[in-house]
Design a protein around this ligand. Structure first.
Ligand code: ADP
Length: 259
């Protein structure tokens, strides 16, 4: 009927879904969450509408890094509403859904479903969603590939051989899901001694770039091992000023994702 046509025309079209970029790693502790948060804040500073999904069931750290610890997402029409961080980056995290440590006991399908709820949420005008995946190649990754088909994946590794082998495995998973690998990032590369300034390489250096060359995957850049980065994460203030060598390292990678 005419009335029905008018009602349909009145209804605003649903906002376009955000593009999805997954941030993965072969193993934990290599800086995947740190990279995700710092890239998000750098992109927000470039004027991008960027959101973060923290799908790391085993250690959801984004509420700490992006300083939304007490925040609880509300539900509207059966979907979650992201928590706004003071950095201009909306966030939904496994850590918002469960108490710390509880999700550890989840079996794979539960974790996959929880991740799906975080992604299929009220993201509003968010253009780009960065997904902080759990380490490795488990159910959350599979659900992500099957259900949401990210437009690309970024893989983080430290320069060590062992971390690189695991990173290769993560890259293979995305490959098999036909998700293009945007590139590899080397984290914890080069440590400048705060006392004498001498640069040492606790985890080696250059290994990720060499591995990238060997596989034809683009190399996106290296992030130094820096006390400031760790402190900023713990203080809920990643990349806030945008100044300095570390911030520039993150911004350079963010610019590659923005284009
Ligand atoms: P993942 O998400 O891969 O498990 P995190 O991002 O949680 O790793 O990083 C693990 C620890 O290392 C955190 O305490 C984090 O602050 C620290 N960290 C990560 N990258 C750096 C870096 N480039 N310099 C200094 N500390 C770092």
């Amino acid at each position: 009927s005419e009335v029905r046509v008018a009602m349909v025309a009145d209804r605003a079209p649903p906002p376009p879904k955000p593009r999805i970029i997954a941030i993965g790693s072969g193993k934990g502790g290599v800086g995947k969450s740190t990279l995700t948060a710092n890239l998000a804040v750098a992109l927000a500073r470039m004027g991008r509408k960027v959101g973060v999904v923290d799908a790391d069931v085993y250690g959801p750290s984004q509420p700490t890094i992006l300083d939304t610890k007490g925040g609880k997402p509300e539900a509207r029409d059966d979907k979650l509403v992201p928590v706004q961080s003071r950095h201009g980056v909306p966030l939904l995290s496994m850590g918002h859904l469960v108490e710390p440590g509880k999700a550890l006991a989840w079996r794979g399908p539960m974790a996959g479903n929880a991740m799906a709820q975080l992604v299929d949420a009220h993201w509003g005008d968010t253009e780009l969603l960065l997904i902080d995946l759990p380490p490795g190649t488990g159910d959350v990754q599979l659900t992500m590939l099957q259900k949401f088909k990210p437009e690309g994946a970024v893989i983080v590794s430290t320069p060590q051989d062992l971390a690189l082998i695991d990173a290769q495995r993560a890259a293979n998973l995305f490959d098999s899901g036909k998700v293009p690998i945007i590139g590899l990032v080397e984290n914890m590369s080069g440590y400048a001694c705060p006392h004498c300034g001498e640069v040492s390489d606790p985890f080696g250096r250059g290994g990720v770039e060499t591995a990238a060359e060997g596989t034809g995957i683009p190399f996106l850049g290296r992030i130094p091992l820096a006390l400031e980065i760790r402190k900023a994460s713990d203080a809920g203030a990643p990349n806030t000023s945008g100044d300095g060598e570390e911030a520039e390292a993150f911004s350079a990678i963010a610019a590659k994702l923005a284009s």
